[in-house]
Write a protein of this length. Structure first.
Length: 332
């Protein structure tokens, strides 16, 4: 009788763990990757840890880009980590050791620099942000997703709030939090085959459990909103396809265009209400630009300064991944 009671209790606890979005300890598996020398990838999600350590997808450097090593699954496991979604994040690292990877149907976590991975949540990563030990992640499949929060830097996640129903609106991958409770995220409608339409911005005041849509881009519905960043509760930047940079001064309810140099903007980084950076491309190549007056004027950073790490190049924020990688390319 005691044995049967124990088995019933274990089954009940396992079912409860799955219902709240956690894996039963006995069900956790480990998949091992190997480290192999690699070149700097041409594309991929960028996670810059500090000026020497960075991840580009699953390729890592610890010497500011002088050498790179890729994390590669075994042939029998490779299919489980392929076919990542074309929209949203696929890999995110917060330290050189801890990161997350979207597989076919699970979010995997590593705590040893990508050598071993464990499934942590169902679905794929749709957005992630951490402020200290507090954080938020959204994960799900092509139909819906759930919000999760953490208080221990992502070691454990608790599901909260209502699900995202993609037939109505869904997360689009970029998020910015100014503290453990207050954040913004890009959202979009999706068509029947999963392509994004009519972007917008959502805001949370409870750490990411509940989100309210505060703005929709009805003027340019075909533009993808590719990045968002706030420096306080009112002021932020939003980048969009077709070379658009928008700014808000009322917490995201209204957005206004910022005049840009003659470049196709690829990435932006906001330092304060007046200071910011953009990375853009033109017929003459890629270029970095800096503003100290909120975008009224832009100063170009020369390739010579970038190669020699002098002048304005020394002031590029180290955590701005796109600019960091541009410096690596130019240094070669």
């Amino acid at each position: 009788m005691t044995s049967n009671t124990s088995r019933i209790r274990n089954v009940a606890l396992s079912a409860l763990a799955l219902l709240i979005g956690l894996e039963s300890p006995a069900a956790v598996e480990v998949v091992r990757f190997t480290a192999q020398p690699a070149d700097l990838p041409a594309t991929g999600p960028v996670s810059v840890i500090d000026p020497r350590h960075a991840w580009v997808g699953l390729t890592y450097t610890s010497d500011a880009g002088e050498s790179w090593a890729a994390r590669v699954p075994s042939p029998k496991d490779a299919a489980r980590f392929a076919d990542n979604p074309p929209y949203g994040q696929t890999t995110v690292f917060i330290t050189a050791e801890r990161g997350w990877l979207s597989g076919l149907d699970s979010v995997w976590m590593t705590d040893d620099g990508g050598l071993t991975w464990q499934p942590q949540l169902h679905g794929r990563i749709g957005g992630l942000a951490l402020i200290g030990k507090a954080g938020w992640i959204v994960a799900g499949d092509s139909h819906s997703s759930w919000n999760y929060t953490t208080t221990d830097s992502g070691q454990n996640w608790s599901r909260c709030g209502p699900p995202w129903d993609y037939s109505l609106v869904g997360p689009f991958g970029s998020a910015s939090f100014i503290d453990a409770q207050t954040g913004w995220m890009t959202v979009t409608n999706y068509d029947r085959i999963g392509r994004p339409l009519v972007g917008g911005v959502a805001r949370t005041a409870d750490g990411g459990c509940k989100w309210d849509i505060v703005w929709r881009d009805t003027v340019h519905p075909a533009d993808n909103l590719t990045g968002i960043q706030f420096v306080d509760k009112d002021y932020g930047w939003l980048t969009a396809s077709y070379s658009r940079l928008l700014q808000t001064s009322d917490g995201g309810s209204h957005w206004h265009s910022v005049a840009l140099p003659s470049v196709l903007i690829e990435s932006s980084y906001l330092v304060s209400k007046t200071r910011g950076w953009i990375l853009g491309g033109s017929d003459t190549g890629s270029g970095l630009y800096y503003t100290s007056d909120g975008g009224k004027q832009w100063i170009s950073v020369s390739e010579t300064d970038l190669r020699e790490n002098q002048g304005m190049a020394q002031e590029i924020p180290p955590s701005w991944g796109a600019a960091f990688l541009m410096r690596l390319h130019l240094r070669r």
